[in-house]
Design a protein around this ligand. Structure first.
Ligand code: WT7
Length: 635
């Protein structure tokens, strides 16, 4: 009997120990008992972190949509799979049953085929949070096409970069999207992006906002008439365990975003198993994760994990503030949500508006609360616990990454005693390690170091699309035989982990990972800019906000600084998206550099964080004189 559902702290330790002592036996049991396979594996795991190469369930054959849809039809056919809550609070919610979802996915899959999409082809999905997003993801998986969802808040440039990097043949989008009271012209953004994407021959367009858009003959097709004509069943493509399932881009410290590649069997097993246990999901529960499917959280914990468990998963189209900051609680009450999973930045934004809007709603259905995406500060944790969970719903502070595919460090609700700001203990099968700067493992408690993982887990990304060397350099080179996360963490006296934040040049703003390099590249495109550097500084809602130091060409005299600030933020919006805009911009006469010419971000970070008095020795800088000037002119 495998332990698919953990029921106590003792059981957690028992199962954890088993999963570590004999990982292959452990995962084999989970895989065997809870999923549908077309062929069993001949080898549970082979791995070599020096290459790096990891293979789970080799030899097995399956289709993840058979596991998420078909196998539920006989027992849960009429159960709601996706509960769609539209942006407009007065529009009715849509309950899509497993039967209906199956049919919609099949039809969509047949449309993809009719437009020439085959197994292994990449399809870019650029859609708002409407049912077509989940349906198109699953339709790709059904026929073995590799989906690459791009968050629909990214700009045309960011979109085209991603389309070209993975060589997508098709883009799926909509005529537009709602964002609170506003609408966004998504199709226009796609049209701009495709000016630079010669490889895309087809665009499928869902109708959402009834706007007038341009349709390019021979390239663009309205989705609905194609779906209406499509056959409502579609045989699954039989996939090998290690066949690619999807590519999802995440920011790196430098250069291009990284297309993390996830494969089929391991990802399915781990996302499903973590979903069940981390949220203590029971058969008739209604589960809601507020993330966007454009991020890994939505892939694993709106779509695949919940559906593989036959769960009811809520998909909300809108924002937390529309029509007011009580919307989340209104939705919880309306759909009797049992598990609620969101980001600390949302909690802080809601907390700022007091408890009046919370008290208006009956939140008694809630059983488990979750957070993800960035460290949760103590104040936000308590606000969430007291006002939303009424001190009865455990908070699972889940630490993980796009790269890990699933939750890695987390409490198990009703089992692991929680501790504010601590993600607590590794999930079943996960072997974390803290390393010092010399590459030595810190094996005691009460230490802090760099967070690594020592042993493979089923849903780890297998490579960076098209750049295996970069995958190796980024994750497997800092510490020998370990996966390096890029995060710092501390372990307390009982072995609980607390994530302290990134130790590289990635900054997490409102739970979104942003690399400094692409933002600096965007700023440097401005004809008046000589060079720039971005750092993060604490922000009470966003967690971190961005502070830009910008040196202008020439003397910079007589420039209208306010206007320049606007132009710089506009460039960032155009090149990346509004999420990467700078909160503060300081014009400087120079940037502090080492003698080899590297910008000393550490110093700039301290100044932006109001710690300019604790810079330490700066005399070895190439240009120590700029530091005082920067300190004198902070904004
Ligand atoms: C980075 C990964 C996978 C979830 C969405 C973000 C930070 C994530 C936590 C947490 C502290 C967290 C880390 C991580 N992070 N969850 N519970 N506590 N930090 O995915 O965009 O790939 O970002 O988010 O720094 O490395 P992502």
């Amino acid at each position: 009997m495998s332990n698919y559902h953990i029921k106590s702290f003792e059981e957690y330790f028992q199962v954890y120990r088993k999963s570590i002592e004999n990982p292959k036996v452990f995962w084999e049991e989970i895989a065997e008992e809870h999923f549908t396979w077309r062929k069993k594996w001949h080898n549970v795991l082979s791995w070599d972190f020096t290459k790096p190469e990891v293979k789970w369930f080799e030899g097995a054959q399956l289709n993840i949509t058979e596991n998420c849809l078909d196998r539920h039809l006989s027992t849960r056919g009429d159960k709601t799979a996706i509960l769609f809550e539209p942006n407009d609070p007065n529009a009715s919610a849509e309950h899509i049953s497993y039967k209906q979802l199956h049919e919609r996915v099949c039809k969509f899959a047949n449309v993809l085929k009719s437009k020439g999409i085959q197994k292994g082809d990449r399809v870019c999905i650029y859609l708002p949070m409407i049912p077509e997003l989940a349906v198109s993801v699953l339709a790709c998986a059904r026929i073995g096409a590799v989906h690459s969802v791009v968050f629909a808040g990214f700009s045309a440039t960011a979109l085209s970069t991603r389309i070209n990097d993975c060589d997508a043949k098709m883009v799926i989008t909509s005529d537009g999207s709602y964002r609170g009271a506003k609408t966004i012209d998504l199709k226009g953004i796609v049209d701009d992006a495709l000016e630079d994407c010669p490889g895309v021959d087809t665009v499928l367009v869902a109708k959402r906002i009834e706007s007038d858009i341009n349709m390019k003959t021979g390239r663009d097709y309205w989705l609905q008439p194609l779906l209406d004509d499509a056959y409502g069943d579609c045989v699954i493509e039989i996939m090998d365990a290690e066949d690619p399932l999807f590519i999802l881009y995440t920011s790196g410290s430098t250069g291009m975003p990284k297309g993390m590649l996830h494969t089929t069997a391991g990802y399915m097993v781990y996302s499903a198993y973590t979903f069940k246990n981390v949220f203590d999901y029971r058969e008739n529960d209604v589960y809601w994760c507020t993330a966007d499917i454009g991020w890994i959280t939505g892939h694993s914990y709106i779509v695949y994990g919940p559906l593989a468990n036959g769960a009811t998963t809520v998909m909300y189209e809108g924002v937390p503030s529309y029509p007011d900051f009580g919307r989340f609680w209104e939705i919880v009450e309306k759909h009797k949500v049992n598990q609620f999973y969101t980001a600390p930045t949302a909690i802080r934004a809601l907390a700022k508006h007091g408890t009046e809007l919370v008290e208006k709603h009956d939140l008694s259905s809630l059983k488990v609360l979750g957070t993800v995406g960035e460290p949760i500060n103590e104040e936000a944790w308590h606000w969430y616990n007291e006002n939303i969970g009424k001190k009865k719903s455990p908070i699972v502070d889940t630490w993980w990454q796009t790269e890990t595919g699933g939750i890695m460090i987390t409490p198990i609700p009703f089992s692991t005693p929680t501790k504010p700001t601590y993600a607590t203990l590794p999930f079943i099968g996960i072997q974390p390690a803290l390393m010092d700067e010399n590459g030595k493992e810190l094996s005691n408690n009460q230490v802090d170091g760099r967070l690594c993982i020592k042993y493979p887990w089923p849903s780890m990304a297998r490579t960076i699309w098209g750049n295996h060397q970069r995958y190796k350099d980024t994750y497997f080179s800092a510490f020998e035989n370990m996966y390096f996360t890029g995060d710092g963490a501390l372990r307390d006296e009982v072995g609980y982990y607390r994530i302290t934040g990134r130790v590289d040049d990635v900054i997490i703003v409102s739970g979104h990972n942003l690399g400094t390099a692409p933002i600096e590249d965007a700023i440097n495109e401005h004809q008046a800019v000589a060079e720039s550097a971005i750092v993060g500084f604490p922000h009470d809602v966003k967690g971190n906000a961005l502070y830009g130091y910008v040196t202008l060409k020439g003397s910079g005299e007589g420039r209208d600084h306010d206007n320049l600030r606007k132009e710089i933020n506009q460039l960032i919006t155009d090149r990346i998206g509004p999420i990467a805009k700078l909160d503060k911009i300081q014009f400087t006469n120079g940037l502090p550099k080492t003698r080899s010419g590297k910008i000393m971000r550490r110093i700039l970070r301290k100044i932006a964080c109001n710690e300019g008095e604790q810079l330490g020795d700066i005399s070895t800088l190439l240009n120590p004189e700029v530091v005082q000037d920067i300190k004198d002119n902070v904004v």
